[in-house]
Write a protein that binds this ligand. Sequence first.
Ligand code: ATP
Length: 544
Amino acid sequence: MPATALEQIVSLAKRRGFVFPSSAIYGGLGSTWDYGPLGVELKNNVKRAWWRSVVHERDDMEGLDAAILMNRLVWKYSGHEATFSDPMTDCRSCKARPRADHVFAAQKGREPKGLAEINAAIGAKELKCPKCGSTDLTEARPFNLMFKTTVGAVDTGDDAGLAYLRPETAQGIFVNFNNVLDTMRRKLPFGVAQIGKAFRNEITPGNFTFRTREFEQMEIEYFVRPGEDEAAHQMWIDTRTKWYAELGLRPENLKQREQTRDELAHYAKRCVDLEYKFPMGWSELEGIANRADFDLQAHSRGPSNPDSLVELRYFDQEQKKHITPYVIEPSAGADRATLAFLCDAYDESLVKEPPAEEVAKLKELVASFARSVEKRDAKQMEPDVKARLVGAAETIMAGLPGTLPELLALGDDEGANRIEVFKKVRGVADKLGDDYTRTVLRLHPRLAPVKAAVFPLKKNEPRLVELARTIKKNLQAAGVRAVYDDTGAIGKLYRRQDEIGTPFCVTVDFQSLEDGTVTLRDRDTMGQERAKHGELPAALAQKV
Ligand code: ATP
């Protein structure tokens, strides 16, 4: 069963060292996360796979790593100082501060045309606070999303040292257009790829690492002759969709969504979002836009930009004149992609039937949990939480023991944990879960944080330990990320590796000492075969 709630992923991520809440020992900082030992490997693998696919495996791309801090004028002429903002409204009744464009879209069923249309609707009392339902909303105001900082030892209170933490990596590419063109002697079409941190003071961060204030982008600016832009745009839409699919995202969870005219930025000719079906619903994974010549024009010296020192142009040999290339921008998020791969890989299932009397006991406990939820009045529990928990309990009771994974997922639900009897439900469910269910991350081997785990059958048998450690070392030397583990029985070690997505496990036993073969176990088929350990490094290196 794939993940049905983001909580399952959050819980696994925390339990197994993928992602931790940031600065948790001081109570945390809302919506900021730290990648742990396995998370950093996974995210690095995502970034590496992207770089390999869009830079190394192509002949028309270069890489770049621009600074996060840039001259403030970059953000003036890119338009971010004036327009990179979200419209906010305040509810005078309950003091909530929702995004006014989201309120408009949810209640009117379409995107607003601009601030004026939102405010007309607020003035006519057509919009309601999504929290309390009041129509007493303040006029929507733009809230700039860029984080400000001060550069140098000047803090004079004016804007002398003002700089921004970049809200996107793209501008670093545009302002380096001439540098890349001149040093790499490129001809159109060509592109520049960059991976790096971006910062946005998001008003409504959330959904784990889906929307945070500090995140990493993987962006491409692909420069083409005007007229060749539409075909290039389609090429990137196809190429990027294929990338996600080849790395294992299920086709039914990935789709292309054409942005409507209302959504399009004023300079964009066309934009297609790649969306993934996250547990909270279809959401943007990557945006692929045709930005025409907007950015290179905006940063070129001319009547509307007296501050730039250069013109960002290209001398077209065929036409014997300077032109401003059009640009196609596939803009992805490394954190969002990592989250999508995690969600898609998550698989929890019942491996064998637990005894009938234990199932009956669990059913009884779930029934008493449902009764306890039903007794809560609106003050004790929000009606939507109550309805959700009662619904979940009914579905689970009807399907036990097959619904044991759903019940375990409920263990991460804050509402359920507020009910006293749920502690007992959890106790029994966790025990059955340990004995009868299996959680596997079916990550593509190229993305898996650990590719192979090597175990000695007995940890107190020095010859087995030594051979297992040697095999681990040889795998590592061949570029196959491997770990050695002897901290449990083999079955338990397999389960642990399944849960973090390790595609191969290698067990060294007494036969290994005699004939040099080991047991090679496959995560997905659970099939086991004898293989010569001397051949493993080359064989596994090819697969990962
Ligand atoms: P959204 O509509 O979700 O706010 P956006 O359209 O503003 O995203 P872009 O400016 O196109 O996003 O950024 C490109 C990519 O960067 C997004 O597709 C997403 O993968 C990633 N991204 C943007 N904002 C965030 C964020 N706050 N947290 C994590 N990733 C983000």
